[in-house]
Design a protein around this ligand. Structure first.
Ligand SMILES: [Mn+2]
Length: 362
């Protein structure tokens, strides 16, 4: 595995590449052209510029998170052909720049959703949290201003104001789109892009829905082991894979994450590791990465990745806001650096125990 951190680019991120370079064991970042709208073509020059900037800091681009999918592709609108063409060209340009992993999601209208971006915990840190009863009371038209007002002045990933500003149109586009149609549109998209992924060895890593259930009545299809296996099997190609996000999948306590990892062996191209604490059904908050701070067994999850032969990038995903740091919610330096150190420690212990057990056998 390769330990990485997410970085949004020098214009958008409070954390710098030289800071990331000093986190022990971190050799790469995952990034994006953050100003790009879903569906927009990525220019070669822009891709090479960010690559050079990252490499000049002594790091590597381990993958892109994300190249976002236009709603015409998700809804199967006739315009999708044009947007798929753009997507293929962007993938081709990324492949030529020696970038081989692309994260994306297939969530209708809204990307990730939270009810609170700065919930105070007993130790004085703040975390992002989710309470279904609060979401149920929010008009979908008000959710973006509720999220934006808590974003510390940063642009939130997946909440592009131009797109979210047209919520009525967006909801109208998804009228009549049920789970089956969304699934068919995902399969259609994947079949179209697999040839370019084969040509440039690009691993596509779909991000699970966050949270993994329907929000505001919109369909969601990347929510459980069974549903993920359905589209992995529908487009039978090793480049058709997932981002194993423990926080998103783990929001539903019924998702057994080590079992999901084993079921998806060979199709996990990227891992987001974080912990969360379940309060009651539909009520949860993010936690420090340490197993004992939340409800997920991070040792069992890391061991399952190791045992499944996972060799892609891992990132510590969201962190708490600690030590007075002000950043984009979830993306401060301090707690994610602690997360890297902890996850590197788990990985080293698991790898060495595995080697010792093998030596004992021979
Ligand atoms: Mn994630």
């Amino acid at each position: 595995m390769q330990m990485t951190m997410r970085w949004f680019g020098s214009k958008y991120d409070s954390v710098t590449l030289p800071q990331i370079r000093q986190v022990p064991g971190v050799t790469g970042i995952v990034t994006t052209l953050y100003g790009k709208k879903p569906g927009e073509l990525w220019e070669e020059e822009a891709i090479l510029a960010i690559k050079q900037e990252v490499e000049a800091a002594g790091l590597k681009i381990a993958g892109i998170e994300s190249v976002n999918i236009h709603d015409a592709i998700k809804t199967g609108h006739p315009d999708r052909e044009e947007y798929i063409k753009n997507y293929i060209t962007t993938l081709e340009r990324l492949g030529k720049a020696d970038i081989h992993m692309v994260c994306y999601n297939f969530m209708p209208v809204f990307d990730w959703t939270r009810s609170n971006l700065a919930k105070m915990r007993s130790d004085g840190s703040t975390v992002m949290s989710y309470d279904q009863s609060i979401i149920d009371k929010i008009d979908p038209n008000d959710i973006s201003s509720a999220m934006e007002s808590q974003a510390n002045g940063y642009l939130l990933p997946g909440w592009e104001p131009e797109r979210i500003g047209k919520l009525k149109e967006l909801f109208a586009m998804y009228k009549g789109i049920d789970e089956q149609k969304l699934f068919d549109n995902l399969v259609y998209f994947l079949e179209k892009i697999m040839p370019v992924c084969d040509a440039y060895d690009i691993n596509m890593a779909i991000h699970p829905d966050d949270p993994p259930w329907s929000v505001f009545g919109l369909p969601r299809i990347v929510t459980s082991k069974e549903k993920i296996l359905k589209f992995i099997k529908a487009v039978d190609n090793p480049h058709n894979g997932v981002t194993l996000c423990t926080g998103s999948l783990g929001s539903n306590p019924k998702n057994d994450i080590p079992a999901i990892i084993h079921a998806l062996k060979g199709h996990i191209h990227f891992a987001h590791l974080r912990n969360l604490k379940h309060e009651s059904p539909g009520v949860l908050e993010e936690a420090a990465h340490l197993s004992s701070d939340g409800s997920l067994d991070m040792y069992a999850i890391t061991k399952a990745l190791y045992d499944a032969g996972f060799d892609g990038p891992i990132r510590p995903d969201h962190g708490r806001a600690i030590w007075g740091e002000v950043s984009m919610p979830g993306y401060g330096l301090y707690d994610r650096a602690l997360g890297c150190a902890y996850l590197n420690g788990l990985w080293e212990a698991i790898a060495k125990a595995h080697c010792a057990a093998q030596c004992a056998q021979c």
